[in-house]
Ligand binder design. Structure first.
Ligand code: G6P
Length: 368
């Protein structure tokens, strides 16, 4: 066991640190100079991709959060309408399937019962095709899908998913670029996105250097019963994933909200006992986010702001700022994920929980 952990105290920490390498592995051989190679998705991609007019994503848990991030990318960059639903809901309701819809199931294991059942249901519903984004080549999900894009995260042992999530985001970006080229995405913008992807492994290396500062922030959470995570735009699902990591392994009740919804309910919970973790990338919404966070400060809440190093955010007694190295905006959700993983990890270690095997949870839920 110790040898397999490769010198790390837990598999989760090892897997967090493997992210630059497995992201590079997931990109390997799939990029041309300025394009994504369509053949990466299998021999049928060349005929199917030009026909795709919509995307339906289904998944569970962390994989679902990857789908939620991707929805923003599909609509922003590819101009394709995209819906995302948890598999356990999808499988039990009626669907209206628009012509030309690609069904995409995302799963680390490829054996999650609800995800497989949703795929099997989808195969009877008239989708253009089904695609698996998956980490296990011999899994049922891969065998039963028309198109496949493997994440190459390698075996993930920690129950709380880390490197599977970030490689899923990479796989989804490859799909956004490939499908986008048949839609509104022009060659220059595709080339810019490909370059951003190429810069991701080194951006993740830099994010891992935040380990020490994040460990110090973790001390502020360790005694708390609750935490609120805030993000806007595609960093809202990143906040959801940050909150999920914290509750899975530290057993602190954590909830994520789109920052603009704060005033519609959760603000009532904010007092000196409620820490708020906010994600502040450098984007068009950052000024709005700052005014949302003012609302938190005015009520005495402790703020932890994970801010792009280009965003000036004033630190004081109640506001701690973690400067996340600036990166291309396309890859920011992937980069911001890393310090949130580390935060959950350090809080869990301080609380003395079983980080790799949290109570009541399974790595792969193969029965309903
Ligand atoms: C379980 C795991 C989660 C995972 C989810 C979906 O709940 O504990 O970490 O995100 O299943 O798993 P999948 O293998 O389908 O991605």
């Amino acid at each position: 066991d110790a040898a397999e952990r490769g010198g790390y105290r837990h598999f989760m920490l090892k897997e967090i640190h493997q992210q630059p390498a497995v992201v590079a592995e997931t990109l390997e051989g799939r990029l041309a100079d300025h394009e994504v190679l369509e053949a990466s998705f299998g021999p049928r991609a060349a005929t199917l991709f030009p026909q795709v007019q919509r995307v339906q994503i289904i998944a569970c848990g962390t994989s679902y959060h990857a789908g939620l991030v991707a929805r923003y990318w599909f609509e922003e960059h590819a101009g394709l309408p995209c819906d995302v639903e948890v598999a356990s809901e999808y499988r039990y309701r009626r669907h209206v399937v628009a012509p030309g819809t690609l069904f995409v199931a995302i799963s680390q294991s490829g054996e999650t019962a609800d995800t497989l059942a949703a795929l099997r249901e989808a195969r009877t519903l008239g989708y253009l095709a089904t695609m698996a984004i998956c980490n296990v080549p011999e899994s049922s999900l891969v065998r039963e899908s028309d198109l496949v894009l493997m994440t190459r995260a390698g075996p993930e042992i920690g129950v709380a998913s880390t490197k599977a999530f970030t490689t899923q985001l990479v796989a989804l970006l490859l799909l956004v670029i490939a499908l986008g080229r048949h839609q509104q995405l022009n060659a220059d913008d595709a080339a810019d996105m490909v370059n951003a992807l190429r810069s991701l492994p080194s951006a993740l290396e830099q994010a891992l250097e935040l380990d020490g500062p994040v460990a110090r922030l973790a001390e502020l959470l360790v005694e708390r019963q609750h935490a609120l995570f805030l993000g806007r735009g595609l960093h809202y699902p990143v906040a959801l994933e940050g909150a999920l990591k914290l509750k899975e392994i530290s057993y602190i009740h954590a909830e994520a909200y789109p920052a603009g919804e704060l005033k519609h309910g959760p603000l009532a919970l904010v007092d000196a006992e409620m820490p708020v973790v906010a994600i502040a990338p450098r984007d068009d919404l950052v000024e709005k986010l700052k005014s949302n966070l003012q609302e938190v400060r005015a009520r005495g809440g402790t703020l932890m702001v994970f801010a792009d190093s280009d965003v000036r955010y004033a630190e004081d007694d109640d506001t701690r700022v973690l400067a996340v190295p600036h990166c291309h905006p396309l890859i920011a959700p992937v980069v911001f994920t890393v310090p949130l993983q580390l935060l959950a990890y350090h809080v869990a270690v301080l609380r003395g929980t079983d980080v790799d095997q949290p109570r009541n949870l399974a790595k792969s839920v193969t029965v309903e």
